[in-house]
Design a protein around this ligand. Structure first.
Ligand SMILES: [Zn+2]
Length: 145
């Protein structure tokens, strides 16, 4: 499978003992360079070749970061953990901003404007992570970590 430039890839990584897996994230930037945003376990990919040679195409979700609709889809479909990890990475490394869907009113909200989400350790995949994202209109619902 060839992955086009400027594509955020969600793939099934992890795989520690037995069949446990979790979503891993990688980004092929505009010049075709591979960046691992989050990779874990033996299924984590270290480079573009590994990623493109993953066997099962159904284990992938591809998001064209040049496409507003795809960015919106990412913010509504990926779990909170993946959204926050990727939003943080994109904010630090690119000029692309990822927004997420507010779980209460459905608006597009800035994930990183929500104060501390706690630091995800990235080892073992067992760290606790918030399950919901709320926009600034519902301060009473904010989950503080
Ligand atoms: Zn809201």
């Amino acid at each position: 499978m060839k992955i086009k430039p400027n594509t955020l890839v969600a793939y099934k990584g992890g795989g520690y003992d037995g069949c446990f897996w979790e979503w891993n994230y990688a980004y092929i930037d505009k010049s075709g360079e591979f960046h691992s945003i989050f990779a874990s376990g033996r299924n984590g990919c270290d480079n573009r070749e590994e990623l493109e040679n993953c066997e099962d195409p159904y284990d992938f979700d591809l998001y064209d970061m040049g496409n507003a609709e795809d960015r919106r889809r990412f913010g509504s479909e990926e779990g909170v953990r993946g959204t926050v990890l990727c939003a943080r990475w994109f904010a630090e490394n690119t000029d692309t901003r990822i927004k997420a869907k507010c779980d209460r009113c459905g608006c597009q909200t800035d994930v990183l404007g929500h104060g501390s989400w706690g630091d995800y350790a990235g080892e073992g995949g067992t760290s606790y992570f918030p399950q919901h994202i709320f926009c600034g209109k519902h301060p009473q619902l904010r989950e503080d970590y």
